[in-house]
Design a protein around this ligand. Sequence first.
Ligand code: SF4
Ligand code: SF4
Ligand code: SF4
Ligand code: FES
Length: 383
Amino acid sequence: MTPEQSGVGAVTVTVVVDGRDLQVPAGASVLDACDLAGVYVPRLCAYPGLEPVGDCGLCFVRIDGAEVRRACAVEVAPGMRVDTQDEEARGFRTGSMKAVLGDHPHVCLVCPQRDGCSRDDCMYGNPPETRCCSEFGRCEIAKVAAYVGALAEAPGYQYRELGATRDHNIRRDLDLCIGCGRCVAACDTLEEAGSALRLVETKTLVAAAGDGPGGWAPRSYLGRHVAVPKAVDLRASGCTFCGACVLVCPTGALTAPGPKGATWLAKRKERTTLRSPVLPPEDRLPFTAAEVQAVPTCAGVFRLFAGTGAVLQISGVMNLRAGLEEALRGSLADEAQTFVFEAEPMYTQRESELLAHHLQEHGSLPRGNDVLGDLFDEDDDLF
Ligand code: SF4
Ligand code: SF4
Ligand code: SF4
Ligand code: FES
């Protein structure tokens, strides 16, 4: 559904999502209805305001107590009843997630050392191409996989050797592309974008490169395709470098590396007409003395959030409870509404990772960490 089709002011119909009556625009998808109801349904190919490819198979719900359907591919009808927690639908989602992960590196999500590892050397001997990328800790695919809960049973990833390129500030790693089509939809839909991208069959690329692993067999629907520029590179394809493709990509396939890339992307984000992504809910705790008292006294990292959801502070501490108690007495105490914490012996490293991710995503550090700004070298380029 395009933004125009989302139809504010259009005719509405009443649907029931998980037992709750809801007025939604006629013509809206069931997935849009769930979003309007504030009920999260997993998705990788759908993005608010963009037409989904409809292939990821993560958005299954039961409709009217009968069929299990893809929520992004069904239009609402008057009186329709949608059950997002149906057992069979959830089973289908798990199967789809496993298939997608078979075509995407995910050691980074299941390794017992994932949070404390330097990721330079792997103590389990996993080769670099099967490990996490620069998006570790913030990629949408990891959040969705954790929510769907298919991680432990996912098949091993088979490296496709498709390669990476860079155009201006945009890095494209085809081995991390799951072919979800979001970038193509954004590039085709948004006024500021240049319709510069297309999906191609992965097998074609492997054959064209002539060096693909023999017997490679894609296991997911999405894994059959990857997104590439229409012509030889982005410039030649009419790219306006609006950044929308990078903003919607749920994996590390499209990134803007280094501080320069982060600054560029933050400016693109300010100007974009894209809507915000719909992400799995995060279990945040109210930032109160009673909740803090229940936090363990081990080493770890905590994050404080404002009522708007903005991150106010990221801190690695030897004693989580003591660190949070100090924060309750600090200058951000009135503004901070919620918090999350992770027990983590290597808390300084984890803090640095989370700060680096925040810098990459927002182009600046959280307000409570401003003092740490000089830890990051302006000229450091991660590409
Ligand atoms: S996007 Fe990167 S960090 Fe996220 S699951 Fe894929 S390889 Fe791992
Ligand atoms: S940066 Fe280029 S390729 Fe990406 S959405 Fe904008 S115009 Fe399309
Ligand atoms: S580059 Fe990203 S957004 Fe585009 S198809 Fe690949 S995974 Fe999806
Ligand atoms: S979101 Fe429905 S199939 Fe991908």
